[in-house]
Design a protein around this ligand. Sequence first.
Ligand code: SAM
Length: 291
Amino acid sequence: MIVQGNDAPGLAPGLYIVAGPIGNLGDLSPRAARILREADVIACEDTRVTAKLLRAAGSDRPMLAYHEHSRAEVGEGLLERMASRSVALVSDAGTPLVSDPGHELVRAARQRGIPVTTAPGPCAAIAALSISGLPSDRFLFAGFLPARAVARDKAIAALAALPFTLIFYESGPRLGATLAALATALGPREAAVARELTKLHEELVTGTLTDLASRYGSSPPRGEIVLLVGPPEAEVATADALDQALEAALRTMAPGKAAASVAAALGLPRGEVYARALDLKNTNPESGDPR
Ligand code: SAM
């Protein structure tokens, strides 16, 4: 079946959510660059930052500042434009709407029946997760924790029991205090600090929350940071046990049967086990082909 994509020449009217690089201009996709060259107007956070991106994309399209403080005032004008022209939204870095403006605009566009199209690409949270080695089958992106200690600790307490890898954005000066608060509330869970991803000084440091809190407590790192915290220990053990049992079962059984047998043995929900069985089967299609 051939499905019509969004690559016809010229841009149809509507809103285009365009992901840009998180530090390395080489990560701007050809499709994103094309949208930036062809859109009638580019809505962006900081016109100085986006001017560099547009130069790299070979675009001379006009920019309009759409940020925290201009959202209400500029939003309505953008929505009116989108009805008959193409508007691209970019952030200073990565994917718009991820700890960045855009949610209200997309929502309002949808409510008015204006087409909204994605040009997906880099996102610091996903880039960090992909190299962290922490469980990636289920994760929760929690953005920036509140700056004030009481609100921050309350936010951490609300996340403590979740059986997912947690992903936070954080700044260098606050990293030590955040790690200490996380270590106090969650104990010595596995964690990772991903810094300056895709840039010259890219670095990933792993360890327990306690180790990392002491490493960064007195020497705040420079640059941009993603902080990841593994799920509670029991979850890691369960996930490992599940994969081992499924891999063994898939050698002799079809995914449905393997999932039923493993779900019963480990006392886990059958639907979740079946989904994992399919993942494993897809990542390793060689693992037998039982009929
Ligand atoms: N929309 C962006 C995205 O898709 O990742 C995030 C915008 S948010 C305002 C900026 C935060 O993302 C930074 O403070 C930092 O925590 C994280 N970040 C952005 N670029 C990064 C990079 N290259 N390496 C590590 N963290 C990064």
